[in-house]
Write a protein that binds this ligand. Structure first.
Ligand SMILES: [Mg+2]
Ligand SMILES: [Zn+2]
Length: 183
């Protein structure tokens, strides 16, 4: 079985630019490449992203794909491979079963790639990322990059049991490795 890291995208890997996608604004966050390099010895990577802007009509699915390819290329240029990107295109009001914190995509990845969820992690900058990890039986990192700092009160007030709170991606990667069982 493989161990995996399920990565949120905006605010976790790349700078969160809201609904206004443009390729010039496609930038990786500091420490992401270094962090992923540390983790790739033990983990495979997936992206799981909520893109309600598609469902709300703010941007078309193609714009999402284009921007995502830009992110994947920047990672690929450093030999970082994302096995698959899972995107929920629905607005919250549609009450779909794929929007985080629903675990549908993580379960799909488990089936398709034989992932050991108990020894896998979800990393993100939003409480819904942490809740996804909890729902799927993974461990979790809450990042203070992106929206993380502004939602930290939510995590505390709702008493969401996050495994690690990290200042940035590189710190997160190091903390994950401390808890890795070495296989
Ligand atoms: Mg995010
Ligand atoms: Zn959905």
């Amino acid at each position: 079985m493989k161990k995996a890291i399920f990565l949120d995208r905006d605010g976790t890997i790349n700078v969160d630019i809201g609904y206004e996608f443009s390729l010039e604004k496609c930038k990786l966050l500091p420490g992401v490449i270094e962090g992923l390099k540390l983790l790739e010895k033990y983990y495979v990577f997936f992206i799981v992203t909520n893109q309600s802007g598609i469902g709300l009509g703010y941007y078309p699915h193609e714009t999402f794909v284009e921007f995502n390819e830009c992110v994947l290329e920047k990672l690929g240029a450093q030999d970082i491979k994302i096995l698959k990107t899972y995107c929920c295109p629905h607005a919250k009001e549609e009450k779909c079963d794929c929007r985080k914190p629903n675990k549908k995509f993580v379960l799909e990845a488990r089936e398709e790639f034989n992932v050991d969820l108990k020894n896998s992690w979800v990393i993100g900058d939003h409480p819904s990322d942490v809740l996804l990890g909890i729902n799927a039986g993974c461990r979790t990192v809450y990042l203070l990059t992106g929206h993380g700092a502004s939602h930290l009160d939510d995590i505390k007030e709702k008493n969401i049991r996050v495994t690690i709170i990290a200042e940035n991606f590189l710190t997160a990667a190091k903390e994950i490795l401390k808890r890795n069982n070495g296989e």
